[in-house]
Ligand binder design. Structure first.
Ligand code: 4H7
Length: 259
């Protein structure tokens, strides 16, 4: 996959794309990432890429032409003649794992990062195919949001993840939250590792993990549970979790320091 990023802070995006799983994938040639600074395409000596907001007020807006020239260069460099950009903005459709998986299948992404008040609306109308938001909060620039898209999409490319960190086992790959994980030491002042995990019984371990995933999703993200479409076995496991949770909370209440 090739990802081109149009940004006023190319160093920022570069530094994100250098590290971790995505950095290694890049070194191995599994992902190609290039950055493009609209300032390099400005028409004045100040390298201006922004100008005052029509209608007044203190803000500035990113201008059409430097962005348009940057996009033309992306098109030439990538060979995608009519490629349009994905604009990461608070006004976009919320990114979720299903959308990440769809984006990961494409062989070229062009990400556009806004700064200031964002991009002139006419550029969006003509050169943006979709607007994506990484969550309902405001960032001072689109670079961090673009880095999120790059990471989430990059790690799904063929050959990027080891078996041990397979995307199959992730939270959300089946629409559920992940189960808890433990490492050595088995016995610690802060608790012991659940016995099933040291039993060597792989079927029992898989069952425990699924039950914890279901239980946590029920406790923390009931909205996801409705979407997940549980099978009969999963519904039985969740019932078991809920009964045990009920017993535990009743017991905690009754043995509390009340009167
Ligand atoms: C486009 C338009 C993405 C991009 C406006 C980007 C949140 C997200 C940005 C803005 C982003 C997200 C510029 C509006 C800075 C706010 C202070 C960049 N914020 N900004 N202003 N949720 N900010 O995906």
């Amino acid at each position: 996959m090739r990802i081109d990023v149009i940004t006023l802070f190319p160093d920022f995006v570069e530094s994100c794309a250098k590290v971790g799983v995505v950095g290694r994938a890049r070194e191995r040639g599994l992902i190609e990432i290039a950055t493009w600074n609209p300032r390099d395409f400005a028409s004045d000596n100040y390298r201006s890429a922004d100008d005052r907001c029509y209608g007044g007020g203190p803000g500035v807006v990113m201008m059409i032409d430097p962005l348009r020239k940057a996009l033309d260069s992306v098109r030439r460099a990538s060979g995608s003649e009519h490629g349009k950009a994905i604009y990461v903005s608070p006004q976009g459709a919320r990114l979720d794992q299903a959308k990440v998986e769809a984006l990961a299948k494409r062989d070229h992404l062009i990400l556009l990062c806004g700064r200031y008040e964002g991009v002139d609306e006419r550029f969006i109308e003509h050169a943006v195919e979709e607007e994506i938001s990484v969550g309902d909060y405001v960032l001072s620039g689109g670079e961090l949001a673009a880095a999120i898209v790059i990471d989430a999409v990059g790690r799904l490319q063929d050959g990027v993840l080891h078996d041990a960190q397979s995307a199959q086992q992730d939270s959300f790959s089946d629409g559920l939250l992940d189960c808890p994980h433990y490492t050595r030491p088995e016995h610690h002042d802060w608790g012991v590792v659940p016995a099933v995990l040291t039993s060597g019984d792989h079927a029992a371990i898989a069952r425990w993990r699924m039950k914890q995933s279901l239980g946590r999703t029920w406790l923390r993200r009931p909205d996801l549970l409705e979407q997940a479409g549980l099978d009969k076995k999963q519904r039985a496991l969740l019932d078991e979790f809920r009964r045990e949770h009920e017993e535990k909370t009743t017991h905690d209440r009754d043995s509390g320091s009340g009167e």
